[in-house]
Design a protein around this ligand. Structure first.
Ligand code: C5P
Length: 402
């Protein structure tokens, strides 16, 4: 099921060049199952047309409080009452000032004042306008009034300057909106996650690694962030983008992953060890590429010496004041027996087990939770859905105080 299934969103556009990004946003919202009503201020119509937004949302777009298509002239009430959230993107400095003052001199500001649903704003403006004292006062006041302020980001601006004030990208706004609707089961908790494979060099061009796409670990990072946690992700090499709002530390080898985890483990509430850590590394790494022997017909095989890598999860679980630890186990047979034994051996309260051959690289997965009470299988589902269920299962088991 798409993440915004059955959600009704009012998307407000005030005047700013970032209006062009809102065309992409409306598309992404619709893709995720939302019904989107677009409202534009007069200034917004100078940057993008209502026709564009209407074509993308598939619904009438309103730009005027006196639109004759509104039979009772109550668009501000009707639209707000049916909505699950209003998001104003872009929110100009002027529009935020109006929100702070409670002014209602056009359809969008009237709708925001008359709303009976949450309001989110995505500021977009020049860096000097953003850092100006009145804007900063207004942003602080909006937050105090319960408005969610998304961004802004820093970077190149349409005016040619560089700094804070860029509107978040459509994919980031979508992630924020999806997160907004998720229950805040891990509010203010700190969660450390490892994901992906590690790669262990053999020589400058060859490596030893495990098969791991990183999808489950990244999905858990996203789900934990959606649940309100502050998330640090220590990741081996993957092709995945860092989930919005997650601090990602990139590593290559198991030793680097171990060091990064230990550097960040202090004051974490939860540690979720999803990474497929290579069990061994090569002790005699060659400084130059190992050559095949071309002078004889005999096949030449290198004499590799293996050393055991540190067990990151077991190390963290044994720390004084250890975070609440969750492990993963991909087995190829006798899942229940091996997974439960692994949980006990590692000294952790919860372990997620699956049959490796069923899920490797896939977008869907079938897992069971193992804890002191036994095995709890979850139905096969998309990795992101499973990740949300696992976060809920962790939150339900997490002791109140460490
Ligand atoms: O049996 P194994 O040690 O591979 O158990 C898998 C679990 O242990 C996973 O949670 C994995 O992330 C973690 N692990 C680890 N460090 C290792 C090997 C596995 O943290 N060196």
């Amino acid at each position: 099921m798409p993440d915004l299934h059955n959600k009704r969103i009012v998307l407000g556009l005030s005047g700013g060049i970032a209006c062009y990004k809102s065309a992409e946003l409306v598309r992404r919202l619709v893709e995720q199952g939302a019904t989107v009503d677009v409202i534009m201020t007069d200034a917004a119509t100078h940057f993008i047309t209502a026709v564009t937004m209407q074509a993308l949302s598939g619904r009438p777009v309103f730009t005027d409080a006196w639109d004759p298509r509104i039979p009772n002239n109550m668009a501000h009430i009707d639209l707000s009452r049916g909505a699950d959230a209003i998001i104003v993107a872009p929110a100009s400095a002027d529009f935020m000032a109006k929100l702070v003052q409670g002014r209602a001199d056009d359809l969008l500001s009237t709708l925001c004042l008359a709303r009976a649903c949450p309001l989110l704003v995505a500021p977009a403006m020049n860096r000097e306008m953003w850092s100006a004292a009145p804007t900063q006062r207004n942003v602080a006041q909006l937050k105090q009034d319960g408005v969610s302020v998304l961004g802004p980001a820093a970077g190149d601006q349409a005016c040619g300057e560089t700094g804070d004030g860029r509107m978040l990208e459509p994919s980031q706004l979508l992630a924020e909106l999806i997160a907004f609707f998720q229950p805040k089961l891990l509010q203010s908790k700190r969660v450390l996650i490892t994901a992906g494979p590690t790669i262990e060099p053999i020589d400058p061009v060859r490596v030893l690694t495990n098969r791991s796409s990183g999808k489950t670990g990244y999905a858990l990072a996203k789900a934990a962030r959606e649940a309100g946690a502050e998330v640090t992700l220590v990741s081996g090499p993957t092709a995945l983008p860092t989930p919005h709002g997650v601090l990602c530390i990139q590593v290559q080898t198991a030793q680097q992953m171990h060091d990064a985890v230990l550097a960040h483990v202090k004051q974490q509430d939860v540690f979720i060890s999803v990474a497929a850590v290579a069990d061994w590394r090569i002790e005699n790494i060659a400084t130059d590429k190992i050559k095949k022997d071309h002078t004889t017909n005999k096949s030449h095989t290198p004499d590799l010496k293996f050393a055991l890598n540190p067990d990151i999860l077991a190390t963290v679980a044994a720390l004084p004041n250890a975070p609440w630890c969750v492990g993963f186990a991909a087995e190829t047979e006798r899942l229940s027996e091996f997974a439960q034994a692994k949980r006990v051996r590692k000294g952790i309260p919860m372990l997620i087990g699956n049959l490796a051959q069923h899920v490797m690289d896939a977008d869907h997965t079938t897992v069971s939770i193992f804890d002191e009470h036994g095995e709890h299988p979850l139905p096969t589902s998309a990795k992101q859905d499973i990740a949300r269920q696992l976060i809920a299962a962790i939150a339900a088991r997490l002791p109140n105080k460490k």
